[in-house]
Design a protein around this ligand. Structure first.
Ligand code: SF4
Length: 70
């Protein structure tokens, strides 16, 4: 099992704090909501990604287990 970072868009309110803290991992789409940049899904354990997770007011940056190994 691998782990993967993702955004729960039902919670995200678009403050862009995640992008301000970890711009190499999070992007903001045309509607102002966050997404995980392609290829960065495995970065959940990096220091500034952890900081972004802690600082998301909506708790919308989550980690899930996937079937595929990375
Ligand atoms: S900080 Fe959280 S709520 Fe704000 S844009 Fe990022 S994921 Fe969405």
């Amino acid at each position: 099992m691998a782990k993967e970072l993702y955004i729960d868009l039902s919670r995200c309110q678009g403050h862009a704090r995640c992008w301000a803290i970890a711009p190499e991992t999070f992007g903001i789409d045309d509607e102002g909501y966050a997404y995980v940049i392609e290829g960065r899904e495995g970065s959940y354990d990096e220091e500034n990604v952890r900081k972004a997770i802690r600082n998301c007011p909506e708790r919308s940056i989550l980690i899930r287990e996937t079937e595929e190994s990375q």
